[in-house]
Design a protein around this ligand. Structure first.
Ligand SMILES: [Zn+2]
Ligand SMILES: [Zn+2]
Length: 327
């Protein structure tokens, strides 16, 4: 059933891709004399369509929840606007697609070298032949494997100062909404895209499957940031990261402080937080943001920037101050 639904969705997107390409994009490329980028543009269009579909689904499903059952009440939604811009940039998938298709040839070469020198295969199917034959089984295996890597990746974003300076762009939003997931520094987005694309190739994820994995992951992460009182219940909350679980990760004083540099690092599955003792199930409502944004005495009114450019530049300034502290 799920396989058929995924196939139907893929077919639908593929026909939309061809339609848009033939009627709109190809004539434009021809006019601009850019026919050399023909194939790449066609591939990239797939991601653009998936991204736009995601934004539509997010808006239609999550925005009413924010209006009807807000977790936090705000005077206005001005502070969320910049996150909408982040979402559009990220959902066009430019970084992911570039890395996946750029890395593919390199990895093909690496694999043939490994075969020549009879190094054991790194892909799951090589470790356990046949395990990835069922599309749903392989999808779940890859999802769990990538999520495990995602947990540690996220924990290290909090652990290492320079990396935290980048990740702080995400945490500096004090009005967390359905748009906040994509609020990240460009450098952070690029490093993350390269890391997960490389890892996916390494464990044998097919490009078509990678698109679905990224899309499902992104949608679930948008749900986690929603400013709505959505309760998953005691059981489901331990299966999938819920909005209240992730809101705790953004809570000032809890989510990114303490000896482990915070709690609730899980990307899609809270299992790793449970396993490595970083889970907090406390769903008490706390203000979100970073402590030093608060006025004294709790903080020092630190400014992380309002607009996109300001936030990006402020992160670079934080990093250079860390690397080259004034004498
Ligand atoms: Zn974080
Ligand atoms: Zn977040």
């Amino acid at each position: 059933m799920i396989n058929e639904a995924i196939n139907a969705l893929e077919d639908g997107i593929a026909s939309l891709q061809t339609l848009l390409y033939v009627d709109a994009v190809q004539p434009l490329l021809y006019r601009l004399g850019l026919m050399g980028y023909d194939e790449d543009t066609y591939d990239a269009l797939y991601w653009v369509i998936v991204g736009v579909l995601q934004i539509v689904v997010m808006y239609v499903v999550l925005r009413p929840l924010e209006a009807w059952f807000p977790a936090e009440s705000w005077q206005d939604r001005k502070a969320t606007r910049v996150d909408v811009l982040y979402t559009w940039i990220a959902k066009l998938g430019v970084f992911n697609v570039t890395f996946f298709f750029l890395l593919q040839p390199g990895f093909d070469r690496l694999q043939s070298l490994m075969a020549i020198h009879s190094v054991p295969d790194i892909q799951f199917d090589g470790l356990w032949p046949g395990v990835t034959d069922g599309p749903l089984v392989s999808f779940l295996i890859y999802l769990v494997a990538l999520d495990f890597a995602g947990y540690w990746y996220h924990r290290w974003q909090h652990r290492f100062g320079v990396w935290w300076a980048l990740h702080a762009v995400h945490h500096s939003q004090r009005q967390m909404s359905l748009w906040t997931d994509d609020r990240n520094h460009v450098l952070d987005t690029m490093i993350q895209a390269a890391f997960f694309a490389a890892l996916s190739l390494f464990i044998g994820v097919e490009p078509g499957q990678y698109v679905v994995l990224v899309a499902v992951g992104n949608l679930l992460q948008s749900v986690q940031h929603v400013n709505a009182r959505v309760r998953f219940g005691r059981v489901l909350e331990r299966v999938l990261v819920s909005p209240s679980f992730h809101r705790r990760h953004h809570a000032i004083g809890y989510g990114h402080e303490g000896t482990r540099y915070g709690c609730n690092f899980g990307v899609l599955l809270p299992w790793w937080d449970m396993l490595f003792k970083t889970a907090s199930w406390n769903s008490a409502q706390e203000p979100t943001g970073i402590r030093d944004q608060l006025p004294p005495p709790q903080g020092r009114s630190r400014d992380y920037g309002d607009g996109w450019w300001h936030q990006q530049a402020a992160a670079i300034a934080r990093i250079s101050r860390r690397l080259f502290p004034a004498r």
